[in-house]
Design a binder for this molecule. Structure first.
Ligand SMILES: [Fe+2]
Length: 367
């Protein structure tokens, strides 16, 4: 990629074609003191109130800088690197982290250790990268006093409060409004598929665990649906096309949202899975289509529930797990509440928290 000049036109040469860069596009990036606040990097002018008749009066390339004088008196001197970095049109921090596929054979994943100044540390940077690679991360030795999980969440970003509160306690109780609050086996699911928007990240913190069962289980929705795309394109297609209804009914609230079980982005790439077989209802469709849908959903469910796709581990006190609720499904094995107490605390944060912190740490450590 190269910036070139042709008299007062600024050209962008990507090796195979040459395009003129719009003068207004450049004018918007003027960064002198009167145009840009240095601290926040926010504009001090509103480009929409400017005349659209912006003309370049003089352009020059000098030692890696592009220098321009505009007809309205503004001028700039910007590093060419900074301009070309905008041409990829991509988020260079989060999207550049490649997801790593995994199944039951996943071994040697690094656990992280809580320490003083954890949230500002290089360790936190590495943790967040690992989180985006695998869709989950385990942190050991996290304090459990005074609902520390909320402080933990708020130290990465901001806790996402729901009608369950800032955080919720997962232990068996009488009259539960969700199976999570029993001692029963919980099959793989994503949380809160009925919410708009669905909480992005779930944090679960083990406070006490005196039972021999109650293992945590995880499966990777990304690996499974990408494999399905290759192995059974017809099933993948219908599951990524039909929107189904997810609904949650409680005493004071009725939550409902519609989505495909495999939700793709505008480029037809993986974006999010939702799966909660107690809560999903497919709309009425032609019988043939529903035949295929039910067959495909069963196939997906079998894959999610297969031991060959699942990792299983025991959370001990002070262990905290952070999981991508758009990618990873979680569950647990049953336990016997007579053996003792099993107490987890949970809360949610959204991707702006992890993304914001990761960008900050990259800037801080110049990575
Ligand atoms: Fe859950």
């Amino acid at each position: 990629m190269k910036i070139e000049l042709d008299r007062n036109k600024v050209l962008f040469n990507n090796g195979s074609s040459i395009q003129e860069i719009h003068p207004f596009w450049l004018r918007e990036r003027v960064d002198g003191e009167e145009y840009l606040d240095k601290g926040t990097q926010q504009r001090l002018f509103d480009p929409s109130s400017m005349s659209s008749e912006i003309i370049i009066e003089k352009a020059n390339i000098n030692e890696g800088f592009l220098e321009i004088d505009f007809n309205d008196g503004a001028n700039f001197k910007l590093p060419i690197d900074k301009i070309t970095s905008e041409f990829s049109n991509k988020d260079t921090v989060i999207k550049s982290i490649n997801k790593i596929k995994w199944d039951a054979n996943l071994k040697d994943i690094k656990n992280f250790n809580f320490s003083e100044d954890f949230f500002e540390s290089r360790e936190m940077h590495d943790l967040l990268v690992s989180f985006y690679e695998y869709g989950f991360v385990i942190i050991k030795n996290v304090p459990t006093e005074n609902n520390y999980i909320v402080k933990f969440a708020n130290s990465i970003g901001s806790v996402r409060r729901t009608n369950f509160g800032e955080h919720f306690n997962v232990k068996s109780k009488s009259d539960p409004n969700d199976l999570a609050y029993t001692s029963l086996h919980i099959s793989p699911h994503t949380d809160n598929p009925y919410r708009n928007p669905v909480p992005c990240i779930q944090i679960l913190h083990c406070i006490k665990n005196q039972v021999s069962g109650g293992y945590s289980t995880l499966v990777d929705g990304y690996t499974i649906t990408e494999n399905l795309k290759n192995e059974d394109p017809e099933a993948y297609k219908i599951l990524s096309e039909i929107k189904v209804r997810f609904k949650f009914i409680d005493k004071n609230v009725i939550l409902e949202d519609w989505s495909e079980l495999i939700h793709l982005d505008e480029n037809k790439e993986f974006k999010q899975v939702r799966f909660s077989p107690r809560l999903d209802y497919v709309p009425i469709l032609e019988k043939n289509k529903l035949d295929l849908y039910y067959k495909s959903r069963k196939k997906l469910s079998d894959l999610y529930n297969s031991e060959s796709n699942r990792i299983k581990f025991r959370l001990g006190p002070k262990d905290l797990i952070m999981m991508d609720n758009y990618r990873v499904l979680h569950g647990r094995t049953k336990f016997d509440p007579q053996e003792g107490e099993r107490h987890l605390q949970g809360c949610y944060i959204d991707f702006d928290s992890t993304e914001g912190r990761l960008r900050h740490l990259k800037r801080k450590f110049n990575i």
